[in-house]
Design a protein around this ligand. Structure first.
Ligand code: HEM
Length: 402
């Protein structure tokens, strides 16, 4: 068994400008030497795990904690520590607290329930495409299209008034950014105030928020501040991830034009489900998701991690592990990518994955068919990456009908 490879490098590693979608090149260099010991922004040493089998071992192990309150838990920035470390939500809790809270939320995210949202997403995407066509031929696919889809979808699911969506979008972007701790705390506080007001109002509707207040908060199963933080998690967790998977998926397909053309010609949508799994694998937008702390020694294929050790289980590295996915840097929409870990694995696997899948399937199906000749209006290296908890782009200028 190898020991951890000592490096003094700080996580996250920079990405390569000319490849805005792919994982940082340093990941491929370290693959043979992993787990490597890296440092978080505050100097906390963390084991960086890159191998698919080892990443899934960490995600599934009962000897690994996701409780963000523990001393030594790795955070990617001061703001992330500040926001997530105090009274954590399900994404930073262990059983039994995690399981109790997840069971309260899960009924709203089932396949059956989300399936009923298909007409909503179809209408939404059609109307956004009409607006794009009107605004074209050159448009920004991030600000004029992608970010509106998860925002409207989450608002529909939660029962939020549509006029509040633009402000939530702004706040969510700040909250998920690597901006100053004050800026991020202010955005979190404004979203919190909104949901605190909701707590004081009657809760007799059959929407997600009213039902959660009526059935969980009022009888005392969910503390009011926990409810507010959970609402912030759901609102911010789904926005950037889905929007940036759309944006980066388009960039990836511009580099693999045959995928775009195949979807554009796929009249019966026979390819779309597999294509979305491959795009989620390839783009791996939730690049700062799986941070953990060992509670007992954990045996990996390459090393044994001691107890009380911080771990970064890189789902983007696992999704690009050549031992698991042949030619991982090739976007192949016909491969079976369903074992990717883009939505995580185990008890913390993404709660919103069925909604994200539906939104992405409707979006890529309709976008490719409406604009089969769409192309980037700038070179990939001219795109500005979005630096934050979620990997993405600040903008994506495209020509719709060159
Ligand atoms: C393409 C879109 C999305 C991606 C790539 C994504 C990715 C992920 C990943 C990797 C995790 C696991 C984190 C971990 O193990 O530490 C996760 C958890 C989670 N996601 Fe998503 N997500 C997406 C969309 C959504 C949406 C639309 C929602 C809600 C509306 C959502 C809500 C959540 C929540 C609440 C958790 C925490 C679950 C738990 O800890 O039990 N996500 N997501």
């Amino acid at each position: 068994m190898k020991n951890l490879t000592q490096t003094d490098e700080v996580w996250p590693f920079p990405r390569e400008a000319k490849c805005p979608v792919l994982p940082p090149p340093r990941i491929a260099e370290l693959r043979e030497k992993q787990p490597a010991l890296v440092r978080m922004y505050d100097g906390t040493p963390a084991a960086l795990v890159l191998d698919y089998d080892d990443v899934t071992t960490i995600m599934m192990s009962p000897d690994v904690s996701d409780d963000g309150r523990a001393a030594g838990f790795p955070y990617v920035s001061e703001a992330a520590r500040h926001n997530r470390g105090k009274r954590p939500t399900i994404d930073r809790l262990d059983p039994p607290e995690h399981d109790i809270q997840r069971a309260m939320l899960a009924p709203f995210f089932t396949v059956k329930r989300i399936k009923q949202m298909r007409p909503f997403f179809e209408e939404l995407v059609d109307s956004l495409l009409d607006e794009l066509e009107e605004a074209g031929p050159t448009v920004d696919l991030v600000t004029q299209f992608a970010r509106h889809i998860p925002a409207a979808g989450t608002a529909e699911l939660m029962g939020l008034p549509s006029e509040d969506i633009p402000r939530f979008l702004e706040l969510s972007e700040t909250y998920q950014s690597f901006g100053s701790a004050e800026e991020i705390a202010a955005a979190g506080a404004e979203i919190a105030e909104y949901f605190e007001r909701r707590l004081a109002e009657p809760a007799d509707g059959d929407d997600f928020i009213s039902m959660l207040i009526r059935e969980q908060v009022r009888p005392g199963h969910l503390a009011p501040d926990q409810f507010v933080r959970t609402m912030i998690l759901i609102l911010t967790g789904g926005f950037d991830t889905t929007a940036n998977t759309i944006a980066l998926g388009v960039v990836a397909m511009m580099d693999h034009r045959e995928a775009w053309e195949a979807l554009a010609n796929d009249a019966d949508d026979e390819l779309i489900a597999a294509a979305v799994e491959e795009i989620v694998r390839y783009t791996s937008t939730a690049h700062h998701a799986v941070f953990r702390l060992t509670t007992a020694p954990v045996q990996l294929s390459t090393a044994e991690l001691p107890a009380d050790h911080a771990v970064i289980a890189s789902q983007m590295a696992a999704n690009h592990d050549p031992k698991k996915f042949e030619c991982p840097h090739l976007l192949d929409i016909e491969r079976d990518a369903r074992t990717h870990v883009g939505f995580g694995m185990g008890i913390h696997q993404c709660l919103g994955q069925h909604m994200a899948r539906l939104a992405l399937q409707v979006t890529f199906s309709k976008l490719t068919k409406r604009f089969p000749r769409l192309e980037l209006a700038v070179k990939p290296e001219e795109l500005t990456p979005r630096i934050g908890l979620v990997h993405g782009l600040m903008g994506l200028p495209v020509r719709l009908t060159p």
